[in-house]
Design a binder for this molecule. Structure first.
Ligand code: GLA
Length: 575
């Protein structure tokens, strides 16, 4: 695995380096500086060790989303009719429970309180009313926004509005939230240069000053002499998670609100960012604008709370790369969702509805490195399309990421295209089976209303319906162990995948990427001996074909014919 990731890292590093070369005069740069810059642009330095842990999505979430088929042509009737069809067709009984509205549900206007609201034409009854109707069917409603200034369809989005939007969603009763990455604005890696800080009780003018000599400097933080400043120096080296300054003895007369003024040395004309950690517990995040240097000094004020007596104030910028920026921004939203769900339940004396948090930045910032800290699932790849090449490409990448998936935190190779476009029956079946083997979220993307015939009965002969309702295959996806399959063998167009299941059972999927039928074999003893599963060696195994339901006895080696672009899926049990 290590080599795969270093390859990905190198590729990203090379891309970053290429971009960097374009932007700078190449003569300035020696290869070492260039390499360092490239690696820095992708490395993760911020702390992502604490798991998200909102108690949701302990198995991969299952449901439906409006995007793959309906795109921007959605309205409240379509969403409700789909929910009804999910229930009436029996899909709900198979485990599909989230009805997710993707992009284009929003009005382009926030309301007078700054809240998002449904489009006046297509969602006239409002989202809360729709949640109640969908809940009435025993199903849950999901919604969408972007970690940017606008969504991918250029509608209002949530960057900078995390708290208010999370509160709105919790108040509406939303239980699944997909957070896209269009129109993202990365957090600056630059930190301000601090001449001194001033702390004043809110509403009073007499602040107490703490100069640069009173700070404890760590990492690359250092004092720079500067005759333009009254104090004659400032603290530099706080950018890119490289250094930190702490004022350990900030005195407050009493507990309460204070104004912290950062007196800064205006230098580069870049946006800046700083985190202020008070007494090791209270975190304040602040953005500083790019500065014109008509004068040398600037002031930047933040409201903070201090305790009576001595306090510590730590100033730093934890963002060293795009990866850090995305990790922090997604974690910020995740935190607000958890807070909002909890507070709404507390205020209203009702049971808390945890919100499944679906990170969707297309794998761009290596979300498998930090996604389990920020949310419940993360897209690993670009947008899926109902084409075999797209399914295959996504599979080839996502299958490598098995180590990062687990209960409550899943790799997301994107929503299903089963039943869409021109995928053949075998291709649809393979797509579904591969996603189940990879413990992927099963979010359907087809028109569920088609499963209900004119006379109100369910079209159980519909091939797409048959695929999506195969409970044995779904059980592989939903297995409580929560382990993504590993590729046991790859040989030209033939893959053998193995997924451990509870009770020492496991699933073996034979995948034929070529267009004509082939015979693929595997040895159960070898799978066990190579520790792909936790199953005792036995003389005899029972193999159940989870599509045809045929049963076989195997003594070790086994082989099966696999159609072109097809799969065979077996559950293996010790006899
Ligand atoms: C991005 C996402 C898609 C979908 C669209 C909506 O492309 O990756 O899944 O949500 O935005 O605009």
């Amino acid at each position: 695995m290590g080599s795969i990731f270093s390859a990905a890292l190198l590729a990203a590093g090379a891309a970053a380096a290429a971009k960097f070369i374009k932007n700078k005069d190449i003569d300035d740069l020696n290869p070492q500086t260039l390499a360092k810059k490239a690696v820095n642009s992708v490395k993760l330095t911020c702390d992502t060790s604490v798991p998200y842990d909102n108690g949701a999505a302990l198995t991969p979430p299952m449901g439906w989303s409006s995007w793959n088929l309906f795109r921007n042509r959605i309205n409240e009737n379509l969403i409700y009719e789909t929910a009804k069809a999910v229930k009436e067709s029996g899909l709900a009984d198979c485990g599909y429970q989230y009805i997710n509205i993707d992009d284009c549900w929003q009005s382009s206007m926030r309301d007078e309180n700054g809240k998002l609201q449904g489009d006046f034409g297509s969602f006239p009854s409002g989202i809360k009313a729709l949640v109640e109707k969908v809940n009435g069917l025993g199903l849950k409603l999901g919604i969408y926004s972007s970690n940017g200034t606008l969504t991918c369809e250029d509608l209002p989005a949530s960057l900078g509005y995390e708290a208010i939007d999370a509160d709105t969603f919790a108040e509406w009763g939303i239980e699944y939230f997909k957070y896209d990455f269009c129109h993202n604005v990365p957090i600056p890696t630059q930190a301000p240069k601090i001449e001194k800080i001033v702390v004043a009780e809110a509403g009073t003018a007499n602040g107490k000053e703490y100069g640069p000599d009173e700070a404890v400097l760590t990492g690359e933080a250092k004092l720079i002499d500067d005759e333009k400043l009254v104090s004659g120096k400032y603290i530099s080296g706080l950018s890119s998670n490289m250094g930190c300054c702490e004022f350990p003895c900030v005195y407050a007369e009493k507990d309460g609100e204070y104004i912290l003024t950062l007196c800064i040395r205006k230098k580069s004309n870049n946006n800046k960012y700083a985190e202020i950690l008070v007494n090791g517990t209270d975190l304040y995040k602040t953005f500083l604008p790019a500065t014109k240097s008509f004068t040398a000094e600037g002031r930047h004020q933040i409201k903070i709370r201090l305790n009576e007596g001595l306090n510590s104030i730590r100033i730093y910028n934890p963002v060293a790369s795009r990866q850090d920026s995305a990790a922090i921004q997604y974690a910020d939203m995740g935190r607000e969702l958890k807070r909002a769900a909890r507070e709404y339940a507390e205020k209203n004396g009702c049971e808390e509805k945890p919100i499944v948090f679906s990170i969707c930045e297309w794998g761009r910032n290596f979300p498998w490195n930090w996604g389990a800290h920020a949310g419940n699932l993360w897209r690993t790849t670009p947008d899926i399309m109902p084409k075999w090449s797209s399914i295959l490409g996504i599979y080839e990448f996502n299958v490598l990421l098995y180590k990062h998936s687990g209960a409550g935190s899943w790799n997301d190779p994107d929503m299903l295209e089963v039943g869409n476009g021109n995928l053949t029956f075998e291709e649809n079946k393979s797509h579904f089976t591969l996603w189940c083997m990879m413990a992927a979220p099963l979010i359907l993307g087809n028109d569920i209303r088609k499963f209900i015939l004119d006379d109100g009965t369910v079209d159980t002969e519909n091939p797409t319906y048959k695929i999506l309702t195969n409970k044995d295959v779904i059980a592989v996806d939903q297995d409580p162990l929560g382990v993504q399959c590993r590729r046991f063998r790859t040989n030209g167009p033939e893959d053998v995948l193995v997924k451990p299941l509870v009770n020492g059972e496991f699933a073996v999927c034979l995948f034929n990427k070529a267009s004509s039928e082939t015979e693929i074999s595997f040895d159960i003893g070898e799978i066990i001996n190579k520790n792909f599963v936790n199953t005792p060696i036995s003389q005899e195994y029972l193999l159940t074909d989870l599509w045809s339901k045929e049963e076989f006895t195997a003594y070790g080696g086994f082989s099966a014919a696999v159609p072109g672009h097809g799969i065979r899926l077996f559950k293996v049990t010790v006899k």
